[in-house]
Every structure is written in structure tokens, then in C-alpha cells.
Design a protein around this ligand. Structure first.
Ligand SMILES: C[S@@+](CC[C@H](N)C(=O)[O-])C[C@H]1O[C@@H](n2cnc3c(N)ncnc32)[C@H](O)[C@@H]1O
Length: 278
């Protein structure tokens, strides 16, 4: 198509496509996929961890102890994202008027920094029938607070339309997930814990998960392990390669499978995860 620099399909053990990964700019790739009819709205959820928007200079005297902030700044992961990534490309209504934004997925899970919270919340409420705030409670935040709170909470919103509401057993329908932050094993500064993304998969009804800001592919690994199809976009070639490798391993762990011998080495349980951010 020329919109992306690379496209890779990852097959499951039966040869069916489990994941499609695009190397390119999500603001160009997503409209192309939508125009090509690649996404069925009712069966699709956008689950994404976009670039945050926050000040990386915080931390006062402790700032020098936070080299992860330098990596985040260098990668531009503190500069936010354009919420229109959730939308069908055409916003023109009858007579050229701007129509209400129409999301391409029937539900969305979007991570964000506190600073982005009000804008992302308003955008989701404008597009979806219901939305709730959920949290990752970090059990081992960096021991610093300066003139702020400890960085022990990270926010995400889950929004949905009728028919795409949260699912799962009552014990899985928690709005708080507790887990530690770790050191990245994937040369990416903001890798989400696989356990957190697996929990989110238990709450998302959609069979197709799309992440326009895929990073190292954690959302994709959780999606294919949960037996869902995954589409991911990443602009950074190194992270794209990481995601390719992780998804190739991830399909071997698709549940439930009794016909597949488990690979020898799973991803580490407590490493490869996002370090303390804010
Ligand atoms: C917060 S990180 C996602 C981390 C991911 N959840 C993980 O566990 O690895 C956001 C990612 O979006 C990518 N990104 C930023 N702008 C992009 C764009 N316009 N198109 C595609 N990817 C983009 C960045 O390179 C980064 O890897």
C-alpha cells in the first residue's frame, strides 16, 4: 500500500493469522486500514498505551536518579498523542459540516498520564456510551515524591458502546490491578506488565484488538494469548522488531491449547516491564 514501511503477519500453530504488525506512522496507517475495510467495528477494541504527556524534569534533587526519564524524552514519549487516532477518517457531515466523531472500534482502553486525563476522558465520553477510570496500582514505586505524591498509580480508561461492555468473571471485573514495575528487558522505556494487559483482555469482549501505538508489543502478546486477533502499528523500527519476536513467542502460548508443547523460556515474570514514570 505504500503507507507502511513493513508489514508482518504472525501465524498461530494452525497457520491462521493471529497478528498483523505494521511498521509506520499510525496517523497514516490507521486511516488506510479503515478505508480498506480491515476492521469490523462491532468486533474490534482499540487497546492502546499512547505517548504520554508530562514533564520529564520533575523529581527535584532525585531527578538524576531517573535515567528512564531521559530515554522517554529522547523517544518523544512525553509529548502526547492526537485523540483523533480513535476516529473514522471522514468527519465531514452533510453539507460539509463537521459530524460527531465516530470511533472505528466499539470499545477502547486508553492509558494516559494524569495531565491527559481530562482531555482523554472528554474525548471518550463524546465517542462512547459509557466510560470508567481504572488503575494500575504500582506496588514498588520509586521511593521519591518531592513536592508531589509517589508515582504509585497509573490511569487508564475503558469506554464502550452498547454490546461491547466489560466482560469477565466478577473476580476479574476489578478497576484496580496491583503489580510491580520492573526494568525493561526489551530496550523500550515504557513496557507495560504482561499481567496488567492480560487482565485487561479478560475485560474486553472484542475478538480483534488494535493497538496503534504498539511499542514492544505487550498488548499484542496478551491479546493472542487470550485467543484474540491482534493488529499493531509501531513507528520505531527497533521496537517493531521486538514486537515481531514477542508475538512469534506469544502465539505459542495461546490459551487454551493442549496440542502445543510449551516453549522452554517464557518471558520473565518480573522484568521486561515499565519502570516508574510518574
Ligand atoms: C507508551 S509506548 C507503548 C508501549 C507498549 N505498551 C509496550 O508495552 O511496549 C508508545 C509507542 O508508540 C510509538 N509511537 C509514537 N508515535 C507513533 C506514531 N505516530 N505511530 C506509531 N507508533 C508511534 C512509540 O515509538 C512507542 O513505542
Amino acid at each position: 500500500m505504500g503507507v507502511w514501511r513493513d508489514k508482518v503477519e504472525v501465524a498461530d500453530v494452525n497457520g491462521a493469522v493471529a497478528a498483523t504488525l505494521y511498521l509506520g506512522d499510525a496517523y497514516a496507517v490507521m486511516p488506510a486500514l479503515i478505508a480498506a475495510g480491515a476492521l469490523q467495528r462491532a468486533e474490534t477494541a482499540c487497546v492502546t498505551d499512547p505517548p504520554y504527556e508530562f514533564n520529564t524534569s520533575g523529581g527535584g534533587a532525585f531527578r538524576k536518579e531517573r535515567p528512564n526519564m531521559d530515554a522517554i524524552e529522547a523517544a518523544g514519549l512525553n509529548r502526547g498523542f492526537d485523540i483523533s487516532i480513535l476516529d473514522e477518517p471522514s468527519l465531514d457531515g452533510p453539507g460539509g459540516a463537521i459530524a460527531d466523531p465516530q470511533a472505528w472500534a466499539a470499545s477502547a482502553v486508553v492509558f494516559c498520564h494524569d495531565n491527559q486525563g481530562p482531555a482523554v476522558w472528554a474525548a471518550l465520553r463524546a465517542r462512547y456510551r459509557r466510560a470508567v477510570a481504572c488503575f494500575w496500582h504500582k506496588t514498588n514505586p520509586q521511593p521519591l515524591a518531592n513536592k508531589h505524591y509517589k508515582a504509585d498509580l497509573e490511569l487508564y480508561f475503558h469506554a464502550w458502546d452498547a454490546g461491547a461492555h466489560p466482560v469477565g468473571a466478577l473476580t476479574e471485573k476489578t478497576r484496580v490491578w496491583r503489580g510491580s514495575v520492573g526494568k525493561s528487558a526489551f530496550s523500550h522505556p515504557t513496557v507495560k506488565p504482561l499481567g496488567l494487559m492480560a487482565k485487561i483482555m479478560t475485560n474486553v469482549s472484542a475478538r480483534m484488538i488494535v493497538d496503534p501505538f504498539m511499542g514492544s508489543g505487550t498488548t499484542g502478546v496478551a491479546a493472542v494469548r487470550a485467543g484474540k486477533r491482534f493488529v499493531g502499528v509501531e513507528t520505531d523500527a527497533e521496537h517493531f522488531e521486538t514486537a515481531k519476536k514477542r508475538l512469534a513467542d506469544g502465539v505459542l502460548w495461546q490459551a487454551p491449547r493442549t496440542d502445543v508443547k510449551a516453549p522452554g523460556a517464557d518471558e520473565p515474570a518480573t522484568t521486561g516491564e515499565q519502570e516508574a514514570l510518574f
